[in-house]
Write a protein of this length. Sequence first.
Length: 320
Amino acid sequence: MLDSDDDNSSVSSTSTMRSDRMSVSGTEEVQLEKDTLLDEALDALYEKRGSTREKALSSIIEAFNNTLQHQFVEKKFATLLHQCLSSIKRGSSREIALASHAIGLLALTVGYGENSREILEESVAPISQALKSGFDSSKIASLLECLAVITFVGGNDPEETERTMQIMWQIVHPKLGSNVVATRPSAPIITAMVSAWSFLLTTMDGCSLDSKKWQQSISYFSTLLDKDDRSIRIAAGEALALILETGSLEKFSSEAKGSNDGSREEYIHLQGLKGKILNQVRNLSVEAGGKGSAKKDLTSQRNLFKDILEFLEVSSYFLL
């Protein structure tokens, strides 16, 4: 009986080892197949036909969304980055949006370090240029999201973040030259800009920005609270909440009040702005509906502005 048990144990052990080897072999084959598909997609980015490149970018995005592609990125980082940048420079709006998405995923995959620094340094110029060409909302939103992600991952100092935020700001406040005609951005573009700008604001020390830029942004976001589009109002409310949380408005108001260099008008302006924002927030927290086409977001808006109002009502600055 003992011999029989030993034999059974040996057979079971051998079977388990064989099963493990088959499992490992199967996993390696699956990974090899995935790597092959990624290599083929990367090669397809060299094709002249735009639809082929778009399909390849979609495949790359799907692969990165499903699995961390560390091995592939380690070998093909530079090639993938430069081909995506090439798509941003020459592609259709859809191709640009896909390439932007892929670059963002690439930055998240490599993480903070030399590679993410390279992504930021190489991408800012072509992305900035693409933001100026056309106003397709999907393309602009993807470019802004990409810019926010690569700055968040690859940025080293506040100056770089502020530079990116300024690029975003110019989407809604462009520098107009003699041959430039102002174009009013659509609601989705405004919402995307405010959201991307706010995301980077979370990484900034509010005191590092000068008072004029803060006042400009606060005034602009206050005007957005009166827009008919609910998504704009929600994005602007979130941005204002972040700004107010830093205490920047209170800081600049105190500086203006105590200044002797003609800042009295600035102080009065800030006090008026404070009252305006408080009234806007209070009204939006109890809005009955009908203002804005997307009623599904009404509850989200009410909840957001109720939270902001609660914060303001306990703020010593807003109680003054």
